[in-house]
Design a binder for this molecule. Structure first.
Ligand SMILES: [Zn+2]
Length: 215
């Protein structure tokens, strides 16, 4: 009888498990990688928990484009997504909801399959709320998340250069096509700034620790 076995690990990427609900509860960011593997070739399941009150507190909306597939799995929701829904969207897809949408919550994982080799490009785009024209576009590669001992998920690390200039400038949020002044993006719901700041802090802390212990 032939036995089918998953090959032994070769080191550097030991098997780990995580409860997506528990991670979503304590996460500091949307799209938190469940495991510390975000490098080229990694399969990166990330958790997210969204809620909109159906009124003023919408999640914001932007377009994400990735040169690899992303697979979403809904663990629980009361909205358009149903429990157990799995889908692979187009590589250019909307994220979040428009103002005035219905009340909903959703807890899900989004899994990115990082490119084995070559340049994996991504971009984030804000569209005009009034006419859908492109208002601000930020393109980046995996280098956005590289560097140091820990590194970070490139998609999240791009949050600050995408959102901060946009939120900080009414001129930038003004649509060149129709003149509409778009409202600021509710960055606090996404938490990317927390993740970016913590990535920087743990990197610096790790450097001081390893410097001390190698003296
Ligand atoms: Zn417009």
């Amino acid at each position: 009888m032939t036995s089918q076995r998953i090959p032994e690990t070769t080191g550097g990427r030991e098997p780990l498990k995580a409860n997506a609900f528990e991670r979503a509860q304590i996460s500091n960011t949307q799209l938190l990688p469940l495991f510390p593997y975000v490098h080229p070739g990694a399969i990166v399941p990330c958790c997210a928990a969204f809620e909109s009150d159906g009124g003023e507190t919408d999640t914001g909306y932007f377009i994400h484009e990735n040169s690899v597939d992303e697979l979403a799995l809904c663990f629980g929701s009361n909205g358009q997504m149903r429990v157990g829904d799995v889908w692979v969207g187009p590589r250019r897809h909307g994220v979040g909801d428009w103002p005035g949408g219905d009340h909903f919550f959703a807890m899900m994982t989004v899994t990115q399959r990082q490119l084995e080799e070559g340049e994996q490009t991504e971009s984030l785009t804000f569209q005009c709320e009034a006419c859908n024209a492109e208002v601000f576009h930020y393109a980046f590669g995996q280098a956005e998340g590289e560097g140091g001992h820990f590194g970070g998920m490139a998609t999240i690390m791009a949050g600050d250069p995408f959102v901060l200039p946009y939120n900080g400038s009414e001129e930038m949020r003004t649509c060149k096509s129709c003149g509409h002044v778009n409202k600021i993006f509710p960055y606090w719901i996404w938490g990317w700034g927390n993740y970016i700041r913590n990535t920087r802090i743990v990197e610096n802390a790790w450097n001081t620790l390893t410097k001390e212990t190698t003296k």
